[in-house]
Design a binder for this molecule. Structure first.
Ligand code: AMP
Ligand code: MG
Length: 328
């Protein structure tokens, strides 16, 4: 039995998880930094939060799975992309554990973590992926050992669009769940710019437009119209990629995947293409250590690890630059 520890710290969440080689999640402990209402994540404050909670989160993850450091076969950490100060907290603690206990250390791309845990939990085999985390809005499919991009945002991510709208109406980030509730009460569609370019997306005009309309329209209708427009844009690019690639599974991962209205639209898209919608259980849709631990295991199995002194973090690391040998 192989046991791995995964540590996630790219943005608001510090999380640690122990997973085994059968894909059983033995523990998945999280602590989320909450910025004050109306403001976004402050990297220094978030990293301070992470540094404070890190020892107890890691210890709880080990305790819940009834193992100690020595029984671990590898340590995996999210090496990017993300906020520099936050990434460094996770990398430092991982490097220390790996060096002290002489364990293989595995840097994991955060986006790959979202996708691979999603595939494990939904039993997806060769999906078209919508990666909708705070830092990504991408349409992806695996070709020759890499996740290749078939559409992405040219400016804001979908999560940033929703969070920045939330901030302007006084919500703290991440604002997605509250914006979703507000949108459910909206009934009138307010015209908004729809910007699909080729198979890419642009959300910045949508944000400007919704801010401009703030004085003359109620929040509920604005939230509703923002979601309808942005989700329709995403559905269009997903549909075009499905028509091109003929995938039989559509896997939706990342925090925004928790949105019920988005899932409803993607269900219709999937039905039209004879494809099965695979959505990750809400508990594992957002950032968590299990994503990193499971992807760590896939790398471990492929024989990949780094020496602690070679451990790195990368704030902007494109997913299509990362080798995923098990997808060859
Ligand atoms: P992640 O980085 O994967 O944890 O995703 C975080 C992003 O997901 C943030 O931008 C959140 O606002 C967004 N999010 C979380 N829940 C929802 C929801 N129910 N609807 C829309 N966006 C959401
Ligand atoms: Mg994420």
């Amino acid at each position: 039995m192989t046991l791995g520890l995964g540590i996630e710290s790219t943005a608001h969440t510090f999380s640690a998880s122990v997973i085994d080689d059968s894909g059983k999640i033995r523990s998945n402990v999280k602590s989320v930094y909450r910025p004050p209402s109306g403001s976004g994540i402050h990297p220094r404050e978030a990293s301070r939060h992470h540094a404070e909670v890190a020892p107890s989160v890691v210890l709880s993850a080990l305790k819940e799975s009834s193992i100690n450091y020595r029984e671990l076969d590898f340590i995996a950490y999210s090496a990017g992309p993300g906020l520099g100060p936050c990434l460094r907290v996770g990398a430092t603690i991982s490097r220390f554990i790996a060096a002290y206990y002489d364990k293989p250390l595995i840097p994991v791309h955060h986006g790959v973590g979202h996708i691979e845990l999603g595939s494990l939990l939904t039993d997806a085999n060769d999906p078209l992926v919508l990666l909708l985390s705070g830092g990504h809005t991408m349409v992806l499919a695996a070709v020759n050992g890499r996740w290749r991009v078939f559409g992405e945002t040219l400016d804001l991510t979908l999560g940033q669009l929703i969070d920045q709208f939330g901030r302007t109406i006084g919500l703290a980030s991440p604002a997605g769940p509250t914006v979703e509730k507000i949108a459910e009460k909206g009934s009138k569609y307010v015209d908004m710019p729809y910007a699909v370019k080729g198979n890419d997306l642009s959300f910045s005009g949508l944000l400007t437009s919704v801010k401009r309309k703030m004085p003359e329209e109620i929040q509920e209708n604005l939230a509703f119209s923002l979601q309808e427009t942005a989700f329709a844009m995403l559905s269009e690019v997903a549909e075009r990629a499905l028509a091109l690639l003929h995938k039989k599974e559509l896997l939706v991962v990342g925090g925004v995947a928790a949105n019920a209205r988005l899932r409803q639209m993607l269900e219709l898209v999937s039905d039209r293409h004879g494809c099965k919608l695979k959505d990750v259980p809400a508990e594992y849709a957002g950032d968590c250590g299990a994503q990193i631990a499971w992807t760590g295991w896939l790398y471990f199995k492929s024989g990949y690890s780094v020496k602690p002194e070679k451990a790195f973090v990368s704030q902007s690391w494109r997913i299509d630059e990362v080798d995923v040998p098990w997808r060859s």
